[in-house]
Design a protein around this ligand. Structure first.
Ligand code: GLU
Ligand code: MG
Length: 430
């Protein structure tokens, strides 16, 4: 086979879509798909009349376009990959485009002379099919938290992911086992926000495909096994100033007592928009099985230092390594949209000089100062998102309208499903 191009984008459901195209397309170029893709759901139901999808006006095309300079190594033979922006047929930006939302969020910080830098941590569970074809957790009874080696991964599929990541040029910082079995963590090196999320969505796809080649379904669902820990997509954030210096650094020491005005503003923005952020960062029914008190995820409206019980963790490392970690998102969210939401809420807090609530002093198991958490369900999270006009306008009005409509449809589609049936509504796609 000669060389080919796999041009992709990450859609509203966080599914990677795209086309294989001939080598002649390895330049600044584009292709087209139906805009009504934004009305397609996990269950492949007939198109529903979701806002801004043109389902009832002939199902016309939208454009996905890419840049030659962004074409990178892939992980299949003779196949290079590229990520695309979604455009209207006339070439103007499509408001529904998640990557476009992140570019707008980055531009918002650009007006302050700052560039947002992002580092992504993924958590995921491994499943296999049993003799009857049913999905069951991957069998690694000797797996332990921070486990490495073949007790943790008997099939060595994570070694294959490591090897392919290296060959394809992903900057993987670590693979380890997470708290529960068979749960794994993958951390990528930080980079400029759009570049970091481009790498993250490609890495996630590559990891799922390499695992599948080993007979393993790697799922980034927030809570695939009720009763075991959830899986998050933690976003680590810092900012570079015009000279490339870390603008969060208030000195060589980090931690909450050394937060500068930028850091205080960002954290205050996350606190005020906490409930609405969940609607974009934790957007499936299973997200609300993960986001619970005492779950070490992003339930509580609180922040602190090196404390896994809070939603926003201020790193104890300062200087060039100063950063803030937002622990609410999970990888059933579109990572562009989740990061855009996190960046926009931070900017609203900074620009609006929101007051910063006091830091969490409780253990977050038995005691917490935080009076409020996120909604208890996807349905209520959509009400919280809709009620926060400032965040919706910042992230993108049309994108949020489409999102809220599709997620309310998801609530209806999953009503009555529980346990494995609910898991299986999502698991092949997330
Ligand atoms: N698994 C936890 C979550 O759902 C996070 C555990 C950790 O890495 O601190 O976000
Ligand atoms: Mg972790």
């Amino acid at each position: 086979m000669g060389e080919r191009l796999r041009a992709m984008f990450c859609d509203h459901l966080s599914i990677m879509r795209g086309k294989y195209l001939p080598a002649s397309k390895m330049k600044d170029d584009e292709s087209r798909v139906a805009q009504a893709l934004f009305a397609v759901h996990y269950d492949k139901d007939l198109l529903i009349d979701a806002p801004h999808t043109k389902v009832r006006t002939g199902i016309p095309d939208m454009v996905f376009g890419w840049k030659a300079e962004e074409i990178r190594a892939g992980w299949e033979p003779d196949t290079r990959v590229v990520l695309s922006d979604l455009l209207n047929a006339d070439g103007s930006p499509l408001p529904l485009c998640p990557r476009g939302a992140l570019k707008r969020a980055q531009a918002g910080w650009g007006r302050h002379g700052l560039t947002a830098k992002v580092g992504i941590e993924f958590e995921a569970y491994a499943f296999v099919k049993d003799a009857d074809g049913r999905l069951v957790p991957y069998d690694n009874p000797g797996g332990v938290v921070y486990g490495t080696g073949n007790f943790t991964d008997p099939e060595r599929f994570t070694d294959a992911i490591w090897e392919v990541a290296e060959e394809a040029g992903f900057r993987l910082e670590l693979i380890t086992a997470e708290y529960d079995t068979p749960q794994f963590e993958f951390t990528l090196a930080y980079d400029e926000a759009v570049k970091a999320i481009d790498e993250a969505v490609l890495f996630r796809q590559m990891a799922r495909e390499v695992a599948l080649d080993h007979g393993i379904l790697l799922t980034f669902l927030p809570k695939p096994i009720l009763g075991k820990g959830g899986s998050g997509l933690h976003i680590n954030l810092s900012f570079a100033d015009g000279d490339g210096r870390n603008a969060l650094a208030a000195g060589q020491v980090g931690g909450p007592e050394h937060l500068n005005e930028l850091g205080r503003g960002a954290v205050a923005g996350w606190m005020r928009h906490h409930k609405a952020l969940a609607g974009l960062c934790a957007p499936t029914v299973l997200s609300y099985a993960r986001l619970q008190p005492a779950s070490m995820s992003g339930y509580w409206q609180n922040w602190g230092g090196d404390h896994r019980g809070v939603t926003v963790r201020v790193s104890a490392e300062g200087g060039a390594k100063a950063r803030l970690e937002h622990r609410m998102p999970d990888a059933s969210a579109n990572p562009y949209t989740a990061t855009a939401a996190v960046l926009q809420a931070a900017r609203l807090g900074y620009e609006g000089s929101y007051p910063l609530p006091p830091l969490e002093e409780g253990d977050c198991f038995e005691r917490t100062d935080a009076g409020t958490g996120v909604a208890g369900s996807l349905s209520e999270a959509m009400d919280d998102l809709q009620a926060d006009g400032a965040l919706c306008d910042a992230v993108g009005r049309e994108l949020c309208e489409n999102h809220i409509f599709m997620k309310r449809a998801e609530v209806e589609k999953t009503a009555g499903l529980e346990g494995e049936a609910l898991r299986d509504f999502y698991i092949w796609y997330v």
